[in-house]
Design a protein around this ligand. Structure first.
Ligand code: RNT
Ligand code: ZN
Length: 417
């Protein structure tokens, strides 16, 4: 049977639940996922070989990581050619591209330092999202926006302000709003003597950053909390409560990273609560293995639950989905493709679930049938819809994309010494 014939059979199976697979395919095609540039070079950036700091780690030394903007862009192109649909690229400030020997520190970054990225995005019809980089910098040794040193704190406030202007430029040039996500690594290894003052300074820093004049219809600002980091085990300034309150009070977004909570605490469960109180919500989808390890996103239970919460609450236009993982131990293009396709698969899986019927079983208290049905649905021919989706969007179905990665590794990546 061809992919198309299998699809036709699957279409009938889902139609029995009132699910129109043609519509699912149309909808999924229009959902952009923001692909993080930093999987391509282990969060290195282009400022020149500093160590990755801030309590995050990219472990492994698989050959072929991108060393220049040209290499990173080529690798992104390769990955995107194997991912169905049109997406977005998520940049970090540390990926500024300086030309003609010019340099600018993070507090002096300007839109022109990202002109090459805008050109890249324009040619491909991609949107751009952005992140100030509050790590891997001599002034980010322990504290940034919460620093007790006013000179350092000012430096990072200025960095935040520059980043809003850069994102505004992205949005203007590309005709699509840009998400600016603020994450800082600030925290203490051991029991602090004062938990309030650093947070008060962070609050003031955010107020100062947001006080600049920027177009709120073009720039969506989000804040990303975290429970702990390596070397900041006892206390992080930017905790969940801190940012949730800050975002609510200031009309900005929360960004939930599913590696940033206690191991049995699930982001999927937080999504509906956030949606009840916020027009929009941003996500960093990652895979924490025992800690915030940022493994490649797999098609696992929590990913499926996250996708279900987005889909069945009709929130595809309200949840801004970005990926955040960095595995340096495997082919990085493959890592992107696996993670991106899995995010899409999870959304499709959620769309191919008879959500109303299952909710009715819940409301009737029919938990026996609910469990049975949720289990049986796992064996419905979801893969046949996925493969057809790939085929009609001009990318290889099943594992067929991988041979492209293998030849790219042979012809391009392996030549990077
Ligand atoms: C770190 C945060 C943050 C970073 C990226 C590189 O724990 O998840 O989002 O991973 O900004
Ligand atoms: Zn994150």
């Amino acid at each position: 049977m061809t992919i198309k014939e299998k699809y036709e059979a699957a279409k009938e199976a889902y139609a029995a639940f009132g699910i129109n697979t043609d519509e699912v395919i149309e909808t999924l095609k229009s959902v952009p996922i923001s692909m993080h540039c930093w999987q391509g070079d282990d969060v290195g950036g282009f400022e020149g070989a500093g160590e990755l700091s801030g309590g995050i780690q990219a472990t492994g030394n698989y050959p072929g990581k991108a060393r220049t903007p040209e290499e990173l862009m080529a690798d992104i192109d390769k990955a995107l050619s194997l991912i169905p649909g049109t997406h977005r690229i998520n940049l970090h400030a540390s990926y500024a591209i300086f030309e003609n020997g010019e340099k600018a520190d993070r507090n002096k970054l300007e839109p022109k330092h990202f002109a090459k990225w805008v050109e890249f995005a324009k040619e491909r019809g991609l949107g751009l999202d952005f992140n100030p980089t509050y790590f891997s910098h001599p002034l980010a040794e322990q504290f940034t926006l919460s620093s007790p040193d006013e000179t350092i704190r000012k430096f990072w406030i200025d960095h935040g302000k520059c980043c809003l202007k850069i994102a505004e430029y992205f949005a203007t040039e590309l005709g699509t709003p840009s998400l600016v996500n603020i994450w800082i690594p600030d925290g203490y290894k051991d029991i602090p003597a004062d938990r309030m003052a650093p947070r008060a300074r962070l609050k003031d820093s955010l107020d100062q950053i947001l006080s600049i004049d920027y177009d709120k219809s073009k720039v969506l600002v989000a804040v990303e909390s975290k429970v702990f980091g390596i070397g900041m085990e006892s206390y992080t300034v930017g905790s969940h409560e801190f940012y949730m309150n800050y975002a609510a009070q200031n009309g900005i977004l929360c960004l939930l990273d599913n590696g940033h909570y206690h191991p049995t605490e699930m982001v999927s469960d937080k999504i509906p609560s956030m949606l009840l109180f916020n027009e929009k919500l941003a996500l960093h989808v990652t895979r924490p293995v025992r800690w915030d390890s940022d493994h490649v996103v797999l098609f696992d239970d929590e990913l499926k639950e996250i996708a279900k919460e987005i889909v069945r609450n009709d929130a595809l236009n309200r949840v801004i989905i970005g990926l955040d993982f960095f595995d340096a131990s495997i082919n990085r293009v493959s890592a992107w493709v696996v993670g991106m396709r899995n995010m899409q698969k999870a959304l499709m899986y959620a769309m191919l679930t008879p959500n109303k019927k299952l909710a009715a079983l819940q409301n009737e208290g029919n938990f026996t049938e609910l469990m049975m049905m949720q289990e049986e649905l796992k064996f419905y021919p979801f893969a046949d819809v996925w493969n057809y989706f790939c085929e009609i969007n001009g990318v290889p179905a099943k594992e067929d994309w991988f041979k492209d990665v293998v030849s790219y590794e042979k012809d391009v990546l392996s030549k990077r010494a």
